[in-house]
Ligand binder design. Structure first.
Ligand code: HSE
Length: 312
């Protein structure tokens, strides 16, 4: 039985443009870490939260009722923990309010770390409902499009109607993801509250068709069809106006050969899918377009096969 473990959970692209609340992709090279240690007591506590610079995080609280890592870990501990308590140290690698699934990464890393302290750890798939408790606190909705890929890696279809079941989709050959994070912030819970509550039959038909086409395109590695179907006709038009660089960055990505672009989650991050060989150029083009507007940014190039969370 371990006394001390560290878990890593990657950032992710929620929605992946075409699948609002039900499609997500894990990212490589950026994620959160949670160290978990058994201590005396009876609850999951947060000992500290640090940022990328190693300093105490200026915004995130150590109140265990307000941190997605501890909320998710507590949900697991309540059902499967033994007597005793756990102290968590959270190391944030994912920028806050970035559309990169920051709250989900912490929730997943917290659950995976505490799971490893159990006498009989659960399978990764079984951890999803607990990680979702953390995400629910942060975004106010029951959607797994960040939690599921962060936990399991790769490309995951997770419609609410099937939860806690999720579907691992085949990864298309020759396609890479690029993600640009502009130095802006969007609050997901607020952004969700502003979305229209009703949609037309035509929007429903169009988006269903695009999502079905995209899933089929991934399964058959049909790159042209990925380009045709990677579109969001419902949510993106309501949100893209809140991200000052959206039009400029997506135009630059398109010109550099991207198959398609959209907001990552509720933004402000913007992702593109592209042919493997175009990825570096597209990342540079997106960065350049963003900087020309006077907005600082960072980008990541990630295979669509990025792994999910793991114990280090
Ligand atoms: N799918 C959710 C949304 C969360 O777009 O509001 C994404 O991070």
């Amino acid at each position: 039985m371990s006394e001390f473990v560290t878990a890593y959970a990657p950032a992710s692209i929620g929605n992946l443009g075409v699948g609002f609340d039900m499609l997500g992709l894990a990212l490589s090279g950026v994620g959160d870490r949670v160290h978990a240690r058994r201590i005396d007591g009876d609850r999951v506590k947060i000992a500290e939260v640090r940022g990328l610079d190693g300093q105490i995080h200026p915004y995130l609280s150590t109140n265990a009722d307000q941190n997605t890592a501890s909320i998710a870990a507590q949900a697991l501990w309540d059902e499967h923990g033994d007597h005793g308590a756990v102290a968590l140290k959270v190391h944030k690698g994912v920028p806050l309010q970035s559309g990169m699934g920051s709250s989900a990464s912490s929730a997943v890393a917290g659950v995976v770390a505490v799971n490893a302290l159990l006498d009989s750890p659960l399978e990764m798939e079984a951890l999803l409902p607990y990680a979702l408790e953390g995400e629910k606190y942060a975004s106010g909705g029951l959607h797994a499009d960040n939690v599921a890929p962060s936990l399991l890696g790769g490309l995951i279809l997770c419609p609410q109607v099937l939860l806690p079941g999720v579907i691992r989709l085949p990864i298309p050959d020759g396609v890479t993801a690029v993600l640009l994070h502009p130095d802006l912030q969007v609050n997901t819970a607020q952004s969700r509250r502003r979305l229209a509550k009703g949609y037309s039959m035509q929007q429903w038909l169009d988006q269903q068709g695009l999502l079905a086409g995209f899933v089929a395109a991934c399964a058959s590695s049909d790159i042209a069809l990925i380009g045709k179907t990677l579109r969001d006709v419902v949510i993106e038009p309501q949100r893209s106006g809140n991200v000052a660089c959206f039009d400029t960055v997506t135009a630059a990505a398109g010109k550099a050969g991207a198959l398609g672009c959209s907001l990552s989650g509720s933004g402000p991050s913007i992702f593109a899918l592209c042919r493997d060989n175009d990825a570096r150029n597209i990342a540079s083009a997106m960065e350049q377009a963003c900087r020309i507007l006077g907005i600082g940014c960072q980008s990541w190039v990630s295979p669509m096969t990025a792994p999910g969370a793991y114990v280090e």
